[in-house]
Design a protein around this ligand. Structure first.
Ligand code: PMT
Length: 409
């Protein structure tokens, strides 16, 4: 009996790596090694530009397979024609994807081997962009990325950091291990769910908010952001354009997700509304209910035996989102409760006029805040669904299944 591959592994996947012509092409060599370590069978195709940076021979040595470099190579076409190669692949990965390559892919060009393979395949396509940060931020590139995302193409990166030209900004190719991990999680989404949110925009809030008392102290809570980040990652894997508004947490940004870091409830509100219009809002953040009336400029000095803080209510972001129905298909809240969980959660569903609320118990070991796992129950008008204890990443996938189901109900 053969053991089935673990979920998310690339075991046995036939992966066609298309290498674009950028300085980051050298990283694609390491990528081949990592992909093979993860169990994938890798074949490589290169653009003409890519061959200016790295030789086909290097890829041949690392992949253990002949490398394809041209549409017009009669010997290669006689062995495995390009249409056959496009059919062979379980997934195509374009890395590095240059601005030019993204433009040609988004417009359906077939003017070289790589673009022809991408047009001729029915396999899912992943692109890992790498370029100068100004080229990445240019409206033309952003429009091309939006088109590709809308078509269900998985986008990995680019990362923010130092670039080859000595400048810094978003444009670095994601590290090979990040790309392999993102491909693994895409493989974990059953093909029936991949791309089901393509063309939709999802805004997710996650983590705590910090309400500053003075330059050294704040009011905060124990949210780690793990639940919200997992939800954002799951939505991105299904092809959605995802904006993740994150309170102060130390978590890596999920692949294909646009992250906006904030600190206070007021900043979170501004970032959430700044990200609209959207189709789905999921409020997983533990937003402070109260904030100091004033945050003083200097450290509060120890004077009396007691200290009374003057706090004011923060804006209820979720309730405000639910009240403005403009274009939103579904508004989902979370309820963190220590007692009477179902009762309070149902109350919030009605009071905030939500489409769904996801209740979880906090203040317990092995669930709620900080933990890697959780248990929760989703309530909507006329129904409910239990999600028993599981890793937050798994719960996020199960919750996204339900969200898609409710949206289409
Ligand atoms: O981040 P982790 O460590 O992974 O933990 C996950 C979690 C426990 C934080 C998460 O699963 C969760 O329950 N999030 C909501 C926490 C919360 O603030 O619950 P609440 O019952 O106080 O608020 C109800 C809803 O209103 C929430 O969707 C919240 O985002 C929203 N809200 C609350 C207050 C406010 N001023 N604005 C809001 O939008």
């Amino acid at each position: 009996m053969t053991a089935s591959p673990p979920p998310g592994s690339l075991q046995g996947q036939r992966l066609l790596l298309c290498v674009g012509g950028g300085i980051a092409a050298y990283k694609a060599l390491e990528l081949v090694r990592r992909l093979r370590d993860a169990g994938a069978v890798v074949q490589v195709a290169m653009t003409e530009g890519a061959q200016q940076f790295v030789t086909p021979l290097s890829f041949q040595a690392l992949s253990g397979q002949p490398v394809r470099t041209s549409l017009w190579d009669s010997a290669a076409e006689a062995a495995m024609g390009h249409i056959e190669l496009a059919r062979w692949a379980d997934r195509i990965l374009v890395a590095p994807a240059t601005a030019d390559l993204l433009a040609r892919l988004s417009h359906g060009f077939a003017n070289d081997l790589v673009t022809t393979l991408c047009l001729a395949t029915t396999a899912p396509i992943t692109v890992a962009p790498a370029m100068n940060h100004r080229m990445w931020l240019h409206p033309a590139t952003q429009a091309n990325i939006a088109t590709l995302r809308e078509r269900g193409v998985q986008i990995i990166g680019p990362e923010d950091g130092p670039l080859a030209e000595g400048e810094s900004g978003p444009g670095r190719l994601s590290e090979p291990e990040q790309i392999v991990a993102a491909l693994g999680s895409a493989a974990a989404v059953p093909p029936t769910h991949a791309g089901e949110l393509a063309g939709l925009k999802v805004v997710v809030s996650a983590g705590p908010t910090y309400e500053d008392l003075d330059p050294v102290r704040y009011l905060g809570n124990r949210s780690s952001g793990k639940m919200g980040f997992a939800v954002a990652a799951s939505a991105a894997r299904r092809g959605a354009e995802v904006v993740l508004v994150a309170g102060p947490v130390q978590l890596p940004t999920p692949s294909g997700v646009k992250r906006i870091d904030v600190r206070s409830a007021a900043q979170m509100r501004e970032a959430v509304f700044g990200a609209f219009p959207a189709d789905i809002y999921i409020g997983a953040a533990a937003v402070a209910d109260y904030s100091p009336r004033v945050s003083v400029q200097n450290k509060i000095k120890k004077t009396g035996e007691t200290l009374t803080l003057d706090l004011v209510r923060t804006p209820d972001i979720l309730a405000e989102v639910a009240a403005q129905t403009q274009g939103l298909k579904l508004v989902v809240g979370f309820a963190a409760e220590t007692e009477n969980v179902a009762h309070y959660a149902r109350g919030k569903l009605q009071a905030k006029r939500l489409d769904m609320i996801v209740a979880n118990q906090v203040g317990i070991a092995g669930g709620g805040f900080e933990s890697d796992q959780n248990a929760m129950t989703a309530y909507w008008n006329g129904g409910e669904r239990d999600f028993s204890t599981a890793p937050k990443t798994q719960l996020a996938d199960a919750l996204m299944d339900l969200i898609v189901e409710r949206m289409n109900a």
